[in-house]
Design a protein around this ligand. Structure first.
Ligand code: ATP
Ligand code: MN
Length: 532
């Protein structure tokens, strides 16, 4: 373990215009943990993790995510309410305002990188106002060796000042918080929010532009792991669908839990060096790998900790989006380096709160493209407002908020990779069974795991399939360790008629959403949608 001294090397930020700040460069996580506690910014839990509150924001703020519109981006980015343009001169002015704000503070600087495949490595320098945000950068980005720091040149700079508030009228932001990417200057400005996820998703968004355009690499919002025979599995899905949970599989080595690239020579590599798991209702019994990762070095966010340091994972009084970040080596079974070959199975995870989609089904190439472009999951309405109907949520490529290019660009790349590698594609509903949210219940994690394991082992190859009457999906008739009736959603509902009505309702949501892509989709893809 590195020393616990709080003395840091002298390090100058004057080239960025930050002259007087007291700079802590490349502190160890132990040091940052201790400083956070000394400054009353966090507490230590009984398992030795640091617990912090991120403040006003406990999740990302997609409406405040901007991209500078300039010569590099103007013709390439898919502008709209996901990729919101920001003026060059406004960016420069805001940058200087932030630098002035930071100039006399105590700052934390870290050099790190993204992309575990060294061919695509992106060096990152992070300047943080808060020690725990810098510790987050240590956990989530890849960690260079000591000798790599000597002549470290950053490809991207992140300036992160949660305490800085923008003035929307003058600065061109929507409100006081913002995350702005500048592809010409290669700078990400994050201000007014302490939510750490903005830091990692900022670089993810940058890579989602850089990699396909310059390197022909498909960036993916997915987790990935590798089996004993060297076969790689990829799990796409929107937030809360199970990427992190399902990729932590005791029988497979983890490549990563959230952001990956698929190279022209068929490798899948992690962009990150750590995991960022949801901890709502976490239990040691059901999710042992994640539970055990919460030890010294881990940072818990927005959880409730009692006087004895015990964490109440059921308490959502701050937010439902309670989280923990940790370096990937807090998980026992990991692939080193975080690169896999031979992709055999792709899973699209969806948490269907309508209880309509089968718990597992096999997709043909047209259906795979259709579901990838649709990117469906559902949000369950807040219980406090007494809303009982789930809300469908469509997010192209299972990650539209992070995709600067038009979704069809990523979809075309995925289609050609799928065809070239002959992967199996599965749609997995980790959401509701036995009825919609409110009547049914969430799919048992043990069943979902058993279905995924069976698919990967080839146990679903010979079982025979039913075709779903509305969605046209192929549903296996049997699966080891899973009761037969669970496999066909209709038979888990009390009333068949009600099931069919709901299935048609969900199909109509899919159809409405897909209208905007119809002009770009070929016949094969159009046939991949609901059949009635
Ligand atoms: P994000 O993109 O926000 O990181 P994610 O896709 O990684 O989201 P997870 O962190 O894995 O999502 O969250 C899935 C949550 O759903 C976990 O809290 C998990 O315990 C819970 N869950 C309940 N049932 C299932 C199931 N059948 N399959 C997967 N997850 C389940
Ligand atoms: Mn995750």
């Amino acid at each position: 373990m590195p020393s616990n001294s709080l003395v840091s090397k002298s390090f100058s930020l004057s080239k960025y215009g930050i002259k007087k700040a007291a700079v802590h460069y490349q502190l160890s996580p132990q040091e940052l943990h201790q400083i956070s506690i000394n400054k009353n910014m966090g507490v230590e839990t009984d398992s030795g993790a640091l617990a912090v509150n991120t403040g006003e924001f406990t999740g990302r703020s997609p409406q405040d995510r901007f991209i500078v519109k300039d010569n590099v981006t103007k013709d390439k980015v898919w502008w709209g309410n996901i990729n919101i343009p920001f003026a060059e001169d406004k960016f420069d002015a805001l940058y200087h305002k932030m630098i002035t704000y930071l100039a006399e503070k105590e700052l934390y600087v870290r050099d790190a990188y993204a992309c575990a495949d060294q061919d695509y490595r992106l060096n990152i320098r992070v300047i943080n106002e808060f020690p725990w945000s810098n510790m987050f950068a240590y956990n989530m980005f890849l960690r260079p060796e000591e000798e790599e720091l000597e002549n470290f040149q950053e490809d991207w700079l992140i300036v992160n000042a949660p305490g800085f508030h923008a003035n929307p009228d003058k600065d061109g932001t929507r409100q006081h918080n913002f995350a702005i990417l500048n592809f010409s200057k290669r700078i990400a400005l994050i201000g007014g929010t302490g939510y750490t996820g903005e830091i990692k998703k900022g670089i993810f968004s940058a890579l989602n532009f850089i990699l396909p355009v310059a390197k022909n690499v498909l960036p993916m919002h997915c987790s990935a792991n590798v089996g004993e025979e060297g076969d790689t599995s990829i799990f796409f899905g929107l937030s809360g669908t199970g990427k992190t949970t399902l990729s932590a599989d005791p029988n497979r080595k983890l490549i990563g839990d959230d952001e990956h690239g698929w190279t022209p020579d068929n490798k899948v590599f992690n962009f990150e060096g750590g995991c960022y798991a949801k901890v709502i209702n976490l239990s040691e019994e059901i999710e042992p790998a994640i539970y055990k990762a919460i030890k010294p070095g881990a940072i818990l966010e927005n959880v409730i900790v009692n006087e004895q340091g015990k964490v109440d994972f059921k308490n959502v009084s701050i937010t439902q989006n309670t989280r923990v970040s940790y370096p990937i080596d807090h998980i026992d079974h990991i692939q080193i380096p975080s690169v896999g070959e031979n992709t055999k199975n792709i899973f699209f995870l969806t948490a269907d709160a309508f209880g309509v989609l089968p718990p597992i089904s096999k997709l043909n190439p047209g259906q795979a493209a259709y579901h990838f472009i649709s990117g469906y999951t559902a949000k369950v309405a807040g219980t406090e407002e007494g809303i009982t109907e789930p809300v469908p949520s469509f997010s192209a490529c299972f990650g539209a908020p992070f995709m600067p290019l038009h979704p069809t660009k990523y979809a075309e790349m995925l289609s050609s990779k799928m065809k070239a590698s002959g992967v199996n594609v599965w749609l997995v509903n980790t959401g509701w069974t036995g009825g919609p949210y409110g009547t049914g219940s969430r799919m048992k994690l043990t069943y979902t795991r058993a279905m995924i394991t069976a698919a990967m082992k080839g146990d679903l190859n010979e079982v025979g399939y039913h075709t779903h009457p509305v969605f046209g999906l192929e549903m296996p008739k049997e699966c080891p360790q899973v009761p037969k009736e669970v496999l066909n959603p209709k038979s888990t509902w009390e009333n068949e008629e009600a099931y069919h009505k709901k299935a048609h309702l969900l199909a109509s949501f899919f159809n409405d959403n897909f209208k905007k892509y119809e002009d770009n989709a070929n016949d094969e893809i159009l046939k991949g949608g609901p059949v009635v």
